[in-house]
Design a protein around this ligand. Sequence first.
Ligand SMILES: Nc1ncnc2c1ncn2[C@@H]1O[C@H](COP(=O)(O)OP(=O)(O)O)[C@@H](O)[C@H]1O
Ligand SMILES: N[C@@H](CCC(=O)OP(=O)(O)O)C(=O)O
Length: 372
Amino acid sequence: MSQTIVVKIGTSSLTQPETGSLALSTIATLVETLSRLRHQGHRVVLVSSGAVGVGCARLGLTERPRSITLKQAVAAVGQGRLIRVYDDLFSVLQQPIAQVLLTRGDLVQRSSYINVEQTFQELLQLGVIPIVNENDTVAVDELKFGDNDTLSALVASLVKADWLFLLTDVDRLYSADPRSNPDAIPISVVHRLNDLKELQVQIGDRGSTWGTGGMMTKISAAHIATGAGVRTVITDGRTTQNIEKILQGEAIGTQFEPQPRPANARKRWIAHGLVPMGKLFLDEGAVQAIRYAGKSLLAAGIIRVEGEFESQDAIALCDRSGEEFARGIVNYRTVELEKIQGHQSDEIEQILGYSCPETIVHRDNLALMYEA
Ligand SMILES: Nc1ncnc2c1ncn2[C@@H]1O[C@H](COP(=O)(O)OP(=O)(O)O)[C@@H](O)[C@H]1O
Ligand SMILES: N[C@@H](CCC(=O)OP(=O)(O)O)C(=O)O
């Protein structure tokens, strides 16, 4: 059966740890594997890191740049080289590719999100393998994915993938970082990745000099992807042939099972595509009503407002302790909410002096971050 498969490969697998130059045999094996998957009729998207690492190697820089402008310049050098190597290798196997560079802003507007989705569908229809990276050269801090694990999960959700493979330099997730804990226990299956705290693993610092995210961003990517119904696997980038074995049912790497009832596409866009501009802290009654009864948020349940936002911006809904449990599109701006927080809905018009919507966030514009 033809499936949609998103594969993300990290800098740690694509480059030599000592020099930062390209790990050619790994890339060649990856290219062969992905081309074979295409020939079997699967739709394939590759999310590839490496622009900064490859750019550094090209320019003789021995450590990851700290300044943002230098990183942006170096990424512009590396991205060109990276895509050229991919195109050369895929061309040998007659496999067309496309370069897709995204910033978070491209997914924030619903219309451009849908536009990106349609472009991916068109490319997949044409039999092309889109090669995706963050557009590091132009991305500004407020509108960054920050790491390609998150980007790959959002792409997997966008293209309604069946599988997301996160390829890295360890063979799977362990109960602790295997580099510093030789007794760490390997984890083969995660049945339900709902609350990240439930998954009792210790996360060490990132393993490679050039990678950005480390294991934490892989787990949170698995959370986003499984929430969208995508089976997610963390496995070794040096043995990409394993992807085919995993598709045939072999238990390799760490497999995160997809949520059986994923939220609809619009709710997923609210939860993970939007960037919240502020926070609303809610009392227990409001948290219960939203989490378990699927209700809209009313002014009476708000105990504190944080951030400067306008009506129709995205905001995070938090419990008293500040833990975010939902995200939504708000009907009021900060100054208005500061006046009406804690009040009954029928008092709003009198307080503000004009008539306004009854709900602060309507339930259609609200998505839970974790399954209730
Ligand atoms: N609990 C854990 N299980 C497995 N690996 C871990 C864990 N905690 C930290 N790590 C480290 O995460 C590293 C992978 O992250 P990173 O270097 O960012 O890879 P990539 O470049 O592939 O995104 C591994 O090399 C490993 O040392
Ligand atoms: N967009 C950046 C990679 C960011 C990133 O997440 O890196 P990694 O942790 O190696 O997957 C680049 O191409 O260098």
